[in-house]
Design a binder for this molecule. Structure first.
Ligand code: PMP
Length: 433
């Protein structure tokens, strides 16, 4: 019997004994390809020597200092590295320990920005339905995740609401062209601003490529330009959550680069530290930082482990390897290969409704009937079955659900490490098929 209070503690997961490259070995002697990098985390795979060395060196120097007294050496260097490779005018970084803490930071920064610019009435966050921005109460409130929210709904922050995501596979109407669909979504967002009162909205939050909840769903061209225009017109900040899709995962360093729209605040996590240490954070635009600098900073914000020196040393090493080894370009190349490989093997499968993604970030939406897009009955837990079946054959993929009405629907996600070779991509597609 396990003493661990795991998410699903009826099922004891395998014990991982060791991992290197893209493979994980468990206590029962099995070796499995980490086809999803956990939950799109392990971007450099496991046991990368440069990262292990950076962690070892930092542990020997300084493990922990509190930001009220010091910052560790690698913290400033990590901030420099991130904003130095940043094309969108994001000038400052703030580090915490997870994606959820990053989202909380972004929301509090947006509120502080409203206060410091003399707009105390701005207290509302607009998010999107079927979105996930983290499991802490503020992040859960900003997200529109109908699976995770219900038991906590009464205690979530009330100052949030949700509009439709851009989800062409299911929500673009027959005969509606892309521009008309984007216009319909923009009109809905504009109407939501009007419903709340445009000068009461402090921020709109969205993922450029929706990971877990919609299965690697990128927005249609023009969608984020329209969103940016609406936010600017009403003086609301644009928060882009790149926790899952950021830092190279989609074939550009930031996913928003492919939309041509930079955010005011960007949330980063998973691929930042590649899983070597818990780390998340935000990048913020100069004008936001300048406004709060004039005042008090993010009011009493901070966590004990914010800007943890070892976490920042690990993340700096991860980001340097990505940069020095041109791994973002590699992701774009391997990503096109993975797309072709998946579509060739599964594109006509009667139970694969859609295969979508960008870079090394791909998902399949599983359906009972490809023609009618009918989902499998939820009690079948089809994505979980696919996970177990591929795991038995040597591939770990990431099952996520709730793509149809936010509750029903299955998909499985692949997010292999950026170092995955050409042959390994074919093996992953073979195992998946
Ligand atoms: N935002 C997005 C888009 C995510 O995918 C996740 C995690 N899956 C989070 C936020 C929360 O990150 P964490 O689990 O590190 O708190």
């Amino acid at each position: 019997m396990t003493r661990l209070l795991l998410r699903n503690f009826r099922e004891v997961p395998d014990v991982a004994l060791s991992a290197s490259g893209i493979r994980i070995r468990s206590a029962d002697g099995r070796e499995v390809i980490d086809g999803s990098g956990g939950a799109a985390v392990a971007c450099l795979g496991h046991a990368h020597p440069a990262v292990l060395e950076a962690i070892r060196r930092q542990i020997e120097k300084v493990c922990y200092v509190h930001t009220g007294f010091y910052v560790g050496e690698p913290v400033e260097a990590l901030a420099e590295h991130l904003v130095g490779h940043e094309p969108g005018g994001l000038t400052h970084a703030y580090f915490v320990s997870s994606g959820s803490e990053g989202v909380e930071t972004a929301i509090k920064l947006a509120r502080q920005y409203a206060l410091e610019t003399g707009q105390p009435q701005r207290e509302h966050v607009i998010g999107r339905r079927q979105s996930y921005h983290g499991n802490t109460l503020g992040a859960l409130g900003a997200g529109g995740n109908l699976v995770r929210r219900p038991p906590y709904a009464p205690i979530l922050p009330q100052a949030s609401s949700h509009v439709s995501p851009c989800y062409p596979y299911r929500e673009q109407r027959a005969g509606e062209d892309d521009a008309a669909y984007v216009k319909r979504l923009a009109d809905e967002l504009e109407a939501e601003f009007q419903r709340i009162g445009p000068n009461r909205v402090m921020a709109f939050i969205a993922e450029p490529v929706v990971g877990a909840t919609l299965g690697c769903q990128a927005a249609l061209p023009g969608y984020f330009k329209a969103v940016r225009e609406i936010c600017d017109r009403h003086g609301a900040l644009l928060i882009l959550d790149e926790v899952m899709c950021g830092l190279g995962r989609t074939g550009t360093l930031h996913a928003w680069e492919q939309e041509g729209v930079a955010p005011d605040i960007q949330v980063i996590a998973k691929g930042l530290g590649g899983g070597y240490q818990p780390i998340g954070g935000i990048l913020a635009a100069g004008r936001v930082v300048e406004a709060i600098r004039a005042g008090s900073g993010i009011h009493r914000h901070g966590h004990t482990y914010a800007a943890h020196p070892v976490a920042c040393a690990a993340a700096l090493a991860v980001q340097q390897v990505i940069h020095e080894e041109n791994l973002v370009e590699q992701v774009a190349i391997r990503g096109r290969q993975l797309e072709t490989a998946l579509k060739r093997r599964l594109g006509q499968h009667p139970n694969v409704g859609d295969i979508r993604g960008r870079g090394l970030f791909w998902a399949m939406e599983l359906v009972e009937d490809r023609e009618t897009k009918t989902p499998f009955a939820p009690e079948l837990g089809m994505n979980g079955r696919v996970k177990l079946a591929t795991y038995a054959r040597g591939l770990a993929c990431y099952p996520v659900g709730g793509t149809i009405d936010g509750v029903r629907g299955d998909h499985v996600l692949l997010a292999p490490p950026y170092i995955t070779t050409e042959d390994e991509i074919e093996t992953i597609a073979d195992l998946m098929a």
